[in-house]
Design a protein around this ligand. Structure first.
Ligand SMILES: *Cc1c(COP(=O)(O)O)cnc(C)c1O
Length: 462
């Protein structure tokens, strides 16, 4: 299996190379050159299998000969062993025809653990074999960073530097990043927004001298291996509701478009998904683009769902690439226009996007109201991100097709917002109840590329 860049100018890579590289050298994102198909019989045979077995069968065709079957099974087993629920991604019912896919039973209580725990094990296996050392730099609105630090802490061949927007992540998110004591992991509080963190990470990848000097590797949601890991739970949940013999729909709280794009890949592989619904908070650029075609960032307004406070949605480029018939030049041109302020999707591409995705938005008051009403109606305490999904799902779901809403984080990750909305303070699960007692280690940095690069160089000189 070969991977090609959305912008068409970078060399094609195999799975392992695409995973270790992250961003393509032409600034694009890697996509598989073709999408493996699962037949109706293949999908039906997933029924009753463990999460790990489904993960193996769904991901295997994408990884080529990077790992043997035995190695890959062991990697998957180690990745999910630390989860606090035997089903890994349990499905609970909210209402008739409406289900919640709980993706928050991993070690940092958000769905990011599904991909990051796997990537940690994949990196370790690949680097050990190659005798290589890499430096992982990532930007986070809160959950990616904690998941990455948790997945890579203490590994020998990896240094990790995570940029998060100072003062704009929740205390639980911050503490999950700042309390691990292993000296190969570093939390950097940047003076700015998430989009600034993400832009500086992109700048570092485009600074080839720096990139090669430190052996830069990326694990942000642009990393193909992360998208791939997220394809799995679309299969487990749809099959448990009757797929492939019945269609299901999904609503996905969306920021960087990684999770929803994984659903799109599942559909292209043959999973009978009816609708894929993008749910945004008040930072609704994706909803506006999917309805009107214009993508023009105009500044983030901080919300109670900070992991979705995003205006430059990195994986949207992958969806655009398919909508433009994989025309790399067209994608590159849109991304140039974005740097200059924004772009408008062509009529044909907008039609293709709207055939693939529906969308909706949910403002702050609606988010709080949904947390309260879901608690009252079903005893489910939703985190604000998941509440946005539930609200938009209720507006879009059809009576004859089950809707699965992805619950992207545990309510205890955002306790203040959840308590304000519901009157209930969500406690941390027992296995991490000492989080508030551990001491923190964090470095404050300016939104300045040269300063950040110097900081990293000084700490990766071995
Ligand atoms: C990352 C995140 C999202 C957004 O996911 P994307 O894949 O970036 O669209 C939503 N909710 C939570 C809790 C997250 O951590």
């Amino acid at each position: 299996m070969k991977y090609i860049s959305t912008r068409g100018q970078a060399p094609a890579l195999n799975f392992e190379e695409a995973m270790l590289t992250g961003l393509a050298r032409d600034g694009g994102l890697y996509l598989p050159e073709s999408i493996p198909q699962m037949s109706t019989a293949d999908i039906a045979a997933l029924d009753g299998q463990s999460y790990e077995e489904v993960a193996f069968r769904v991901m295997r065709p994408f990884i080529g000969d990077a790992f043997t079957d035995d190695e890959f099974r062991e990697i998957i087993a180690r990745a999910y062993a630390g989860f606090g629920h035997a089903a890994r991604a349990p499905l609970v019912q909210l209402d008739s025809g409406h289900f919640l896919l709980e993706l928050f039973h991993g070690p940092t209580l958000a769905f990011k653990d599904f991909a990051m725990q796997l990537i940690g094990q994949l990196f370790e296996a690949a680097l050990k074999r190659n005798g290589q050392r890499v430096c992982i730099v990532g930007a986070t609105s809160g959950d990616t960073g904690s998941a990455a630090i948790e997945a890579f802490r203490g590994l020998d061949a990896v240094d990790v530097f995570i940029l998060f927007p100072h003062g704009r992540v929740s205390e639980v998110q911050r503490r999950q990043m700042t309390t691990p004591s292993e000296d190969n992991v570093h939390a950097l509080a940047l003076d700015g927004y998430f989009d600034d963190c993400q832009a500086r990470v992109k700048d570092m990848f485009n600074d080839f001298a720096f990139r090669d000097a430190v052996g830069l590797a990326g694990v942000n949601s642009i990393n193909w291996a992360r998208v791939l890991a997220q394809v799995v739970y679309y299969f487990t949940s749809a099959v448990s509701l009757g797929a492939p013999h019945r269609k299901v729909s999904f609503t996905v709280p969306t920021g960087n478009y990684g999770d929803i794009f994984a659903g799109y890949i599942a559909k292209r592989m043959g999973l009978p998904i009816d609708r894929l619904v993008v749910a945004t908070n008040q930072n609704d650029i994706l909803h506006r683009c999917l309805t009107g075609g214009s993508y023009t960032p105009d500044g983030v307004i901080p919300s109670i769902s900070p992991s979705m406070d995003i205006q430059v949605s990195s994986n949207f480029e992958r969806a655009l690439c398919y909508a433009y018939g994989q025309d790399g030049n067209a994608v590159a041109q849109l991304m140039d226009e974005l740097k200059a302020g924004g772009f408008t999707v062509s009529q044909g591409a907008l039609q293709a996007l709207r055939e693939a995705f529906d969308s909706g938005r949910c403002d702050e008051d609606e988010t709080r109201a949904t947390i309260a009403s879901a608690w009252a109606a079903s005893g489910e305490l939703l985190c604000p991100h998941s509440a946005i999904g539930v609200k938009v799902a209720d507006e879009t779901r059809q009576p004859d097709t089950p809707m699965i809403t992805l619950a992207t984080a545990h309510p205890a990750k955002f306790p203040a917002a959840v308590e304000e909305a519901s009157g209930i303070y969500p406690p941390l699960p027992d296995r991490m109840s000492d989080l508030y007692d551990r001491s923190e280690r964090v470095s404050r940095v300016a939104n300045d590329l040269a300063a950040i690069e110097t900081f990293i160089k000084e700490r990766t000189a071995h």
